[in-house]
Design a protein around this ligand. Structure first.
Ligand SMILES: Cc1cc2nc3c(=O)[nH]c(=O)nc-3n(C[C@H](O)[C@H](O)[C@H](O)COP(=O)(O)OP(=O)(O)OC[C@H]3O[C@@H](n4cnc5c(N)ncnc54)[C@H](O)[C@@H]3O)c2cc1C
Length: 465
């Protein structure tokens, strides 16, 4: 008698369902890299590439019958080891579900499959005079499904909010294969629970996002960018408030780089420095508006007045798109920083007024623990969000754990968050309880058990049940 619960039986049934070329295993699977951050061969029993929601639903019904754990993969750019796979897992990749189904230019909405990359979507809607405001450095690889699952943030949050604020509706395949379609396109819909919220930012632990209905914006008619150098942190915060007053809602990016971050990414062989490399802080800021003629002079006037007020010590305004891109590359391309290994990346948020003290406490702790260490900082400061890159430059046991202590312990005093936008994955699991109450965690587990009683979806991600 055959035991139908054997993984090989599951695999052959999945191959029948999806076709052999859409079920990768063995060498075909191992030749893929584990993620953007980890080039080691991908693990897992098999990787499935369903063509549509119905195929994925049927595959999940089988996995559910077999009690088979699955890990969902988007563009693999996530920063918290949320896509980590072990040798007992099946991977669901959304890479073949990558079409833009409908752009509604009248209602300013778009319907996409979850495997569409962010940049592809941005470009497609831009051809119709529309704008999708979520934007981040991994735009070329990250997927809309991954952006939903992580509730991605990025560089335009001060004006447009996070991914959650762009999502109108979702279609999801649940752990047992049920298709839950909640593809709302309206801005207003209070008919019962807003179920999409269960799947935004829950890192694939409650369902697999297959299609998404998104809100679009009209394209703006002007865009003005400026890189400024600032002497002290108090001026960085004053400049932010001042520009929010002078430019109003037009200000869409306010990205801060601490001086040593800027210095490191503009070392010879990396990016060209467009101004002196030894200022204390650099801010890359951008505003976009509806007045093609008036916005430029208004922007320059705001910058000049900030300079006259002594808040800015140097400034450069790009004269072309390629000059603008070169400035953004300094902010977004941190290869120079992560090259020495190990380097640990953090993503904290806290009230802006405490940031200077917090950073001083972290640096002090690190200097004491590892005098050779480096701590580079930049972030979406307008959103109260900092990224820290810590290179211990030291030997020893559990460097990552020790580094975590240096970053998260001082955060407790300010009731900050250990994850502003990257999520928890497996990397930050042990710190979740220190950051959220037991009651909050218990309720998360109630939801997990209700939606995925066999615990097969992204098992062990965010928390254990
Ligand atoms: C250079 C660089 C810059 C970045 N900048 C930012 C930034 O500014 N802001 C920011 O928020 N993040 C940033 N990130 C992190 C990352 O790009 C985002 O988290 C992104 O949303 C992940 O999308 P992905 O498709 O790569 O997802 P993946 O990495 O493939 O997956 C991430 C998580 O989502 C789950 N998942 C993926 N697809 C689905 C789906 N369809 N259904 C259910 N679950 C799913 C996975 O299981 C995993 O838990 C950056 C990363 C890099 C490499």
């Amino acid at each position: 008698m055959t035991d139908i619960k054997q993984p090989e039986n599951l695999l052959s049934q999945l191959e029948l369902l999806l076709g052999k070329d859409c079920v990768l295993s063995g060498d075909a699977l191992r030749e893929r890299a584990s993620s953007y951050w980890d080039s080691s061969p991908m693990q897992g029993i098999a990787l499935l590439k369903p063509h549509n929601t119905e195929q994925l639903s049927a595959a999940m019904k089988l996995c559910h019958q077999f009690g088979q754990t699955v890990v969902t993969h988007g563009g693999l750019t996530g920063c918290v080891e949320g896509t980590t796979v072990n040798n007992q897992d099946v991977i669901i990749s959304l890479e073949k579900m990558n079409s833009i189904e409908e752009i509604d230019a009248v209602g300013s909405t778009v319907i996409v499959e979850a495997g569409v990359t962010l940049q592809y979507l941005q470009e497609a809607v831009s051809e119709q005079g529309l704008y999708f405001p979520l934007d981040l450095g991994a735009r070329g690889s990250c997927t809309i499904g991954g952006n939903v699952a992580t509730n991605a943030g990025g560089i335009n949050v001060i004006r447009y909010g996070m991914m959650r604020d762009q999502v109108l509706g979702l279609e999801v395949v649940l752990a047992d294969g049920t298709i839950m379609s909640s593809m709302n396109r309206m801005l207003k819909n209070n008919a019962g629970y807003d179920l999409k919220q269960l799947f935004i930012g829950t890192e694939g632990t409650l369902g697999i996002v297959t299609r998404v209905s998104l809100k679009l914006q009209q394209q703006t008619r002007s865009r003005n960018t400026c890189l400024v150098a600032v002497d002290d942190f108090a001026s960085v915060t004053k400049l932010l408030s001042r520009l929010q007053g002078d430019l109003g809602a037009a200000l869409n990016a306010y990205e801060v780089m601490w001086g040593d971050y800027f210095h490191a990414v503009t070392e010879p062989g990396w990016h060209r420095a467009p101004m002196g490399r030894d200022y204390a802080f650099y801010v890359l800021l951008e505003a976009a508006g509806a007045d093609a003629e008036g916005d430029g002079p208004r922007f320059i006037a705001a910058m000049e007045s900030a300079m006259e007020a002594g808040l800015v010590v140097d400034a450069i305004i790009p004269k072309s798109e390629s000059e603008r891109r070169a400035l953004w590359d300094i902010r977004e391309d941190f290869d120079a920083i992560v090259k020495p290994q190990p380097t640990f990346l953090y993503d904290v948020s806290l009230p802006i007024k405490y940031m200077e003290d917090y950073v001083a406490a972290v640096k002090q702790g690190l200097d004491k623990l590892w005098p050779q260490s480096k701590c580079y900082i930049m972030g979406h400061m307008g959103d109260g969000n900092l990224h820290l890159f810590i290179t211990p430059n030291s030997a020893g046991e559990d460097l990552h754990g020790q580094s975590d202590e240096q970053v998260y312990k001082p955060l407790e005093k300010y009731a900050g968050s250990i994850s502003a936008e990257h999520g928890i994955g497996t990397e930050k699991k042990s710190w979740l309880l220190k950051n959220r109450s037991i009651e909050e965690l218990d309720l998360m587990k109630v939801l997990k058990r209700a939606l995925d009683p066999l615990n097969i979806l992204n098992r062990g991600k965010i928390f254990d049940v």
